[in-house]
Design a protein around this ligand. Structure first.
Ligand SMILES: Nc1nc2c(ncn2[C@@H]2O[C@H](COP(=O)(O)OP(=O)(O)OP(=O)(O)O)[C@@H](O)[C@H]2O)c(=O)[nH]1
Ligand SMILES: [Mg+2]
Length: 482
């Protein structure tokens, strides 16, 4: 392939890059917003805090800084912090710390100015206004990181790690994203892509020069090819499985309290959260909407849902609606805390359904009502039944331990962390499966086409093949100022 930038059909939304230079060229000419603008945004979260940070990036960042600050940043060495006064309309607005980063040695690769001012939001907002009056434009969400990607400082997977870091709920999640930011996931996927290319090359050689190949016959080749493809398929499968762990590590695990009416789900919810969050009453059908709360299981964040009790036969519209809502919540969580009463531990019929059964953690509540010496069964639906009392708190520590044990994700080195990545890897794995099937039918050309599709899947994950829509989808999820 020649110069990818020139080979690229004009007007085509996709781009295929063969080298970094061509890629940079593409990145700069296809940017939807004017890349020559100098952008400004508050980088810190809104609200009261000790400090706020305002970021400027672009060709006029230093000039704008000079108009705002005394002493002007242009007179200070780059990458050194210096105190400055902000010139307000009537006197000094604030005393802050400024750092100038000269292009290309900055996050975005452009001239950047970072201002740490006093917090509370008002000063930062005024700084943004002053910067705009001096010629800056408010940044779009993720635009700083997008510029960094455009400058070739980050690939798309690294950029996604930056975006996800601010939402990480556990330190394990932070560590995972840190490795992604360091290029770990990119390297792993590039490695698999390399193996895929080698497989393609072998097949192409076989198609082009059927007689000259040193592999002696087609059957040997098919076997070797199949072995290579299956090993690769397995590796892609492992990556796909890692996505579930990553989601729990980054966003937290999710569990729901489910069961018949009045068994004490809301009481357990309150007990686990340590707060009177949900209504508790002796009448059945107290809970209608699914409530949620967050708890910490020794560093593992857990989002817990309390759901409506599910009667055997809903008697009215509201109960029916509430039950449906409970089913919807139950379908979306990692684990189901099935609550039964200790003196009547019958599981509901639906608990035996496939898809429910594998996620069950059965709990026998109200053990305080059992006569002395009476114990609930030790098992329910093939799983240990944990005896507790929401009323007295007995068994809650053990319940928390069991929750953590079932939910703690395996600590994976690299993992897929976004739906976009999962889509690309899944497409690659499916195409690889098709390639093997085609080869077994003797359809070598079809196998070659499928391998090409598999490569495209991985290229999409790596951001070597992107559409404007993909980029917008990735960066629009970012916070403003990232
Ligand atoms: N003795 C005793 N009573 C309990 C215990 N847990 C809950 N209860 C009582 O059982 C009744 C129902 O409790 P809830 O927590 O509202 O039960 P629920 O499963 O959320 O009920 P619905 O939302 O109606 O499905 C209340 O009167 C609670 O006080 C327990 O461990 N021991
Ligand atoms: Mg309830």
């Amino acid at each position: 392939m020649g110069n990818a930038a020139e080979d690229r059909p004009t007007g085509s939304p996709r781009h295929c890059r063969s080298d970094k230079q061509a890629d940079r060229h593409y990145r700069s000419i296809h940017h939807p917003m004017d890349a020559n603008d100098t952008i400004v945004a508050i980088a810190t979260a809104p609200g009261r805090g000790a400090l706020d940070v305002v970021r400027l990036s672009g060709p006029r960042a230093v000039e704008i800084g000079d108009a705002l600050l005394d002493p002007p940043p242009s007179t200070r060495p780059p990458r050194y912090c210096h105190p400055a006064r902000v010139r307000g309309r009537s006197g000094v607005l604030d005393r802050l710390l400024a750092v100038r980063f000269a292009a290309p040695r900055s996050y975005t690769g452009e001239d950047v100015l970072e201002l740490s001012c006093h917090g509370g939001g008002l000063i930062a907002a005024r700084l943004v206004e002053l910067a705009r009056a001096a010629g800056a434009r408010p940044a779009e969400p993720g635009e700083f990181t997008r510029r960094s990607w455009e400058a070739g400082k980050l690939d798309l997977l690294q950029a996604e790690a930056v975006g996800a870091l601010s939402g990480a709920r556990s330190l394990d999640g932070v560590r995972l994203l840190e490795r992604q930011l360091g290029g770990g996931l990119s390297r792993r996927i590039s490695e698999l892509r390399g193996k895929l290319l080698a497989l393609s090359a072998e097949l192409e050689a076989r198609i082009s020069y059927p007689d000259e190949n040193d592999l002696d016959d087609g059957a040997d080749f098919s076997t070797a090819f199949r072995h290579g493809a299956e090993t690769l398929e397995e590796a892609l499968g492992e990556l796909l499985a890692s996505a579930a762990f990553a989601r729990r590590m980054i966003g937290g695990a999710r569990a729901a309290l489910v069961g018949r009416e009045n068994v004490g789900k809301s009481s357990l919810f309150n007990r686990l959260l340590g707060a009177e969050a949900a209504l508790v009453a002796t009448v059945p059908g107290t809970t209608r909407d699914a409530l949620s709360g967050e708890l910490d299981l020794d560093g593992l964040p857990l989002i817990l849902y309390d759901t409506a009790g599910r009667p055997e036969l809903p008697t009215d519209e509201l109960t029916e609606l509430a039950a449906r809502r409970a089913v919807r919540t139950a379908d979306s969580v990692d684990l189901l805390l099935l609550v039964v009463e200790a003196d009547d531990p019958r599981p509901p019929e639906w608990a035996a359904d496939e898809g429910v059964r594998e996620r069950l953690l059965p709990v026998a509540n109200k053990t305080d009502l059992l006569g002395s010496g009476v114990r609930p069964p030790t098992e329910l639906l093939g799983r240990p039944l944990i005896p507790v009392s929401a009323e007295t708190g007995t068994g809650i520590t053990e319940l928390r331990r069991c929750l953590a044990e079932r939910l703690r994700p395996v600590n994976v080195e690299t993992a897929l962390t976004t739906a976009r990545q999962v889509r690309g890897v899944r497409a690659a794995r499916e195409a690889l499966g098709e390639a093997v099937a085609a080869l077994l039918r003797g359809a070598w050309d079809a196998a070659s086409v499928e391998l090409e599709a598999a490569r495209r899947g991985l290229d999409e994950v790596l951001g070597r093949l992107t559409t404007e829509d993909t980029l917008n989808a990735v960066f629009s999820r970012f916070c403003v100022g990232k």
